[in-house]
Design a protein around this ligand. Structure first.
Ligand code: ZN
Length: 333
């Protein structure tokens, strides 16, 4: 009964539904796009979904990240865990795995090893290229999605059938506008996430001939939309042609500027015991400890958010040197 309206839709039918039950999908990022995609795929009955997200929920997320509410903000829950909690109530018959982590060349191999599709819900090209390269190395389809202001774009890349993200988007230099800087409206997110979800349903139910071989782009505010057909793969593409997968060979940087968020992420050398650090920082900072994160306000304009996996967000600066100084002063290496 649960899926009766979906199985009555002829291109899916009972056969397609069984295929969905047997499918495994990785969704990277449980923010704006990720929550739209997760909502659709969980309700549709995809049998196994792995969610990876590095962040926790903040008030400014609620305008567009549809799985979260004010209670989640108050609890400062990591997005992956809050998403799993909500999604499992929508559909208890599927398996959902939540991982609070930063996706990197070091862990992407394990994260994608057993999945049929990888869906991009990230907000940066560094991570997208890691996903693109890992997917083409392993022969796994990759759904790309991006939204900023009222504009969105999306495409489903399939190793062996289409070019890859690198061939399609050669120059990302002009794309460094972020939602944090120029904003984003929620309906634009819904559309990209819904196209990604529809592509997922087509792919997982075996309706691959219905998948558009193009990059779909639109601007909701100026009422424009466009399909840019996939080019032939670039013969020099280091990913889909030369099989070098450069993004997988980049060393994880210890410091990363989270663009437009006034934040620098620093990797501690080891995992971090939040209770220990709460005790230690209490004398110099106002702390807030949850089972999942520790926040420490060291001054009016700077605070740390510490994750058990060893990541420290220094919030209040985009200057790596300044962040490193604060980190060394309060946490130390
Ligand atoms: Zn390529």
């Amino acid at each position: 009964m649960r899926y009766s309206r979906q199985t009555r839709f002829k291109p899916i039918g009972e056969t397609g539904q069984t295929r969905l039950t047997n499918s495994k999908v990785l969704v990277v990022g449980a923010g704006a796009l990720g929550t739209v995609v997760l909502n659709h795929l969980v309700r549709a009955g995809v049998g196994f979904i792995r969610i990876v997200d590095r962040d926790y929920i903040e008030l400014s997320n609620l305008q567009r990240q549809m799985l979260y509410d004010e209670d989640d903000v108050a609890r400062a829950l990591p997005k992956a865990l809050a998403a799993k909690e909500k999604l499992q109530k929508m559909n208890s018959t599927i398996k959902i795995e939540a991982i609070v982590s930063h996706v990197s060349p070091g862990n992407i191999g394990d994260l994608i090893a057993d999945v049929d599709l990888v869906i991009d819900g990230t907000d940066n090209f560094a991570t997208r290229y890691v996903l693109n390269d890992a997917c083409f190395q392993k022969g796994i389809p990759f759904s790309y999605g991006g939204v900023v202001s009222a504009r969105g774009m999306t495409a489903l890349f399939r190793p062996g059938h289409t070019c890859c993200l690198r061939c399609m988007i050669k120059d990302t230099a002009g794309s460094n506008e972020t939602c944090d800087m120029v904003g984003v409206i929620s309906p634009a997110v819904d559309i990209v996430g819904s196209i990604q979800s529809t592509d997922a349903l087509k792919l997982l139910t075996g309706n691959t001939d219905q998948i558009k071989q193009a990059l779909t782009t639109f601007d909701m505010w100026s009422n424009q939309n466009m399909h840019i057909n996939f080019p032939q793969p670039n013969p020099d593409c280091p990913t889909c042609q030369l099989q070098q997968y450069p993004a997988l060979h980049m060393h994880d940087m210890q410091e990363t500027v989270l663009c437009g968020r006034d934040t620098v992420q620093i990797h501690h050398y080891d995992s971090m015991d939040l209770k220990f650090w709460d005790q230690r920082l209490k004398s110099v900072a106002q702390t807030q400890l949850t089972p999942f994160i520790l926040k420490a306000h060291v001054s009016d304009d700077v605070h740390f958010t510490i994750f058990p996996d060893g990541r420290v967000l220094v919030q209040g600066t985009e200057d790596i040197a300044k962040a490193r100084t604060l980190y060394d002063r309060y946490i130390g290496s």
